[in-house]
Design a protein around this ligand. Structure first.
Ligand code: AMP
Length: 226
């Protein structure tokens, strides 16, 4: 927590499918600060069918990153909104070293200190299985998995009763492979960067969703005491 009394400003990072989104959604409920997913922002733009949206969709569908300038503008606009005044959880940003540097500048400009970058560590074999089995409720976005997290009643969302589900188009074997290659080449360099800043905290992401959430809470308890 910052000296100026504002809430937590956290980055959740790690390979695609490590559970960042799931953990960010849960954490948002526990600590009542917004969850900013750049992937969700981009998917929303892609859905509008605008020219920009079509460009974004084609990059996402192939497992490539969108250009830094595009995502930075989107994120800055979002951070400026009122609900971010008391902190935020960044999920999917920064995804490149230049983005990490821009984040530093943005936060500095606003007088905010990043409290922690939490890396959720999961081996590639597990990631592939997790991503290929995951799907979500069309109405509320609640996530499920073919093997590990089925709705209590077949075909009915536990959270909102919705009966329509979807799988992300980029959750296929070829695209996931490309996303992992891009992660190693472009996103992984942000990990030593956060480490040098003394911000990096690592968590083993291979346990159950609840177990990983508990580990994140334990890390945040230490951050709050600082
Ligand atoms: P995610 O929902 O975080 O898995 O993101 C889905 C896709 O959105 C990624 O594979 C990228 O194509 C794109 N994306 C999300 N965040 C970023 C970012 N910070 N920089 C560039 N591309 C991004």
């Amino acid at each position: 927590m910052n000296a100026n009394g504002l809430g937590l400003h956290i980055v959740l990072t790690g390979a695609p499918g490590c559970g960042k989104g799931t953990q960010a959604r849960l954490l948002k409920e526990r600590i009542a600060i917004p969850h900013l997913s750049t992937g969700e922002m981009l998917r929303a733009e892609a859905q509008t069918g605008s020219e920009l949206g079509r460009e974004i969709k084609s990059l996402i569908d192939d497992g490539n990153l969108v250009p830094d300038e595009m995502i930075v503008k989107m994120l800055e606009k979002r951070i400026d909104q009122d609900d971010c005044k008391n902190g935020f959880i960044l999920d999917g940003f920064p995804r490149t070293l230049p983005q990490a540097k821009v984040l530093d500048e943005l936060l500095q400009k606003k007088g905010i200190t990043l409290d922690a970058a939490i890396e959720i560590q999961v081996p590639d074999e597990i990631i592939m299985e997790r991503i290929l089995g995951r799907y979500a409720c069309m109405k509320c976005g609640q996530g499920y998995h073919d093997r590990y997290l089925k709705p209590k009643v077949y075909g009915v969302c536990d959270n909102c009763g919705g009966t329509e589900f979807y799988r992300r188009i980029d959750d296929n074997r070829t695209t996931v492979h490309n996303r992992l290659v891009n992660y190693r080449a472009l996103t992984y360099p942000t990990i030593p960067y956060f480490e040098q800043q003394g911000k990096l905290l690592c968590v083993d992401g291979t346990g159950s969703i609840d177990a990983v959430a508990k580990k994140i809470d334990n890390l945040l308890a230490v951050v709050r005491e600082k």
